[in-house]
Design a protein around this ligand. Sequence first.
Ligand SMILES: [Ca+2]
Ligand SMILES: [Ca+2]
Ligand SMILES: [Ca+2]
Length: 353
Amino acid sequence: MRFLKSKRFWLIILTLIIIGVLIYFIFFKKDIIENGAIPSNGQGEEKKDKTEPASQIKLPFSNSWHSEAFILSVLDEDLESKIDNNSCEIKVVTYDNEEEYSTGWIKRKCNYDLSISVGKRELCGFEGKQACWVFIRSKDNANNWHSPSLENKSIAYFNIDWTKPLISKVFTANSQQEQIYPINVEENNTYNFKTKVSDNFKVTGCNLYINNQDQGMMSSSGSCGKGCILEKEFTPVETGFYRVYAACKDAAGNISKSETINAKTNLAPEITSCRVSPVEGNINTEFNFFVEVSNPDDDILSFNWNIDDNEISNTKNPSHYFTSPGTYKPQVIVSDDQGASDSCATAWVSVQN
Ligand SMILES: [Ca+2]
Ligand SMILES: [Ca+2]
Ligand SMILES: [Ca+2]
């Protein structure tokens, strides 16, 4: 009992307790960690995030064509230690032939859509295939940087084209140079309306418009590429004027419209009156012939007077002396330059001795 009350006894007890606690921390605590009660990387240290975050350009797709500013839709994500919201960056590189222009890394808001401007002195400042490259990156809270790559979609390249296609006036002749305007057509005949188109990069198609009505896609033999002649059949069914143009688009969606031309069905000249004055006389009498004609489409008209003594006159209102007596039956034919005509017979002329 005296021993129990001695200082030495309590000193021994205290020492044993300290040794016990040390053994617990050195051996048993380690077992608890390894058995999974506390997350571990297998080496007895707390697990650390070593995976880079994801940064991705969702839209638009690489290799798409752009003629004007577009929205870049992005995603930044890290499932472990989360994205460091102050770390997100973008870089735009544009190419003018071989020359490269870069914005350098610029801060951007993580997970936030961006507008990429297109045009001279804009972010995408040059035209061309793969002329504009966009890079994005971000960092997670464990200091892992995303390294941009095409494969991970953190790099995307875009084709830039803001120049509209060039289009000729619509024609039906062999070439536009040979075409005479307005184009003359006949009802119920079928015509190939053609247009010659070219683009600095790629023509995707043309539509034919008649009286502002879309007649549908024009076609070419083979693919059009940078330029071709496209055509579409059209059959006029009514008499009159047709206002015709083509509208063409390039790969970047630039649209141009050709000059509007007229196609028309021919309207025949119509003689409203024809006469001769006087209707009687002799070989010394000057007979005057007159014709009145309407020319609804302002064609060039030709006149053919058959005065019936083997003489033909091509003037509109000829004068004539008959050389022998007799009864004559003058007649006039008026034709337009499309071949339509009208005829008229005057009163008979009586020529005495
Ligand atoms: Ca991570
Ligand atoms: Ca173009
Ligand atoms: Ca006519």
